[in-house]
Design a protein around this ligand. Structure first.
Ligand SMILES: Cc1cc2nc3c(=O)[nH]c(=O)nc-3n(C[C@H](O)[C@H](O)[C@H](O)COP(=O)(O)O)c2cc1C
Length: 191
């Protein structure tokens, strides 16, 4: 079965990112097309990029990099769950991306963005898409963008989506499987 890594990007105490990441993780598991693992950057706790050698060379000195590399290497597809911080995606995610190069390549990515206001984190998603392309990670046109995120989080701390969000997530997961199959062929066709 294809391996899907869901990357929860924000790291601050009390982050909403974990709540949303659990929702999309459960949905992906229910759909059953992927072996799903949630990678919460708030728990993984990578320091600011501190490898002496360019990641193109894969000569990792630190244990945290070796572990991060192994997790991303085994992935066939990603979902990035991202908030919008100052009109872009959080520095914690940029840092996690910068640690590696080859491990990200020729794999598709769905994006789930959210924000406290009406814009649903679309500016963060847009910036992320551009940066992913430089790593040869292909982001899907189908995405989930959650506006006014607090309206979907109950006192129980659970995320309860509306019909529109559930549909967007389901469509994205279906397309993710399709792109995973396609990009797997491209990745293995080592010219
Ligand atoms: C450092 C910081 C910057 C933010 N910048 C934006 C922003 O540019 N646009 C926006 O709509 N919301 C912004 N917000 C509000 C976030 O949408 C909201 O706090 C969200 O819950 C953040 O995700 P998190 O809870 O997972 O950290 C910002 C929040 C923080 C903490």
């Amino acid at each position: 079965m294809y391996k899907l890594k869901i990357i929860s990007s924000t790291v601050r105490p009390g982050r909403k990112g974990s709540i949303i990441s659990h929702w999309i993780t459960n949905l992906a598991q229910e759909k059953g097309n992927f072996e799903v693992e949630l990678l919460d950057l708030g728990e993984i706790n990578l320091p600011l990029m501190n490898e002496p050698v360019h990641p193109m060379m894969r000569q990792y000195e630190h244990e945290h990099t070796k572990q991060w590399s192994a997790k991303i290497e085994e992935a066939d597809a990603f979902i990035f769950v991202t908030a919008e911080y100052d009109y872009s995606y959080p520095a914690s995610l940029k840092n996690a991306l910068e640690y590696l190069v080859h491990e990200w390549a020729y794999k598709p990515a769905g994006i789930v963005s959210y924000s406290i206001g009406p814009f649903a984190g679309v500016r963060a998603a847009s910036s992320l898409k551009g940066d992913l392309l430089s790593l040869r990670t292909i982001s899907l046109a189908e995405a989930v963008n959650i506006p006014a995120v607090n309206q979907f989080i109950g006192e129980d701390g659970l995320f309860t989506p509306n019909e529109q969000l559930t549909k967007a997530a389901t469509v994205m997961l279906t397309q993710l499987l399709r792109w995973t199959k396609g990009l797997k062929a491209i990745k293995e066709d080592n010219l």
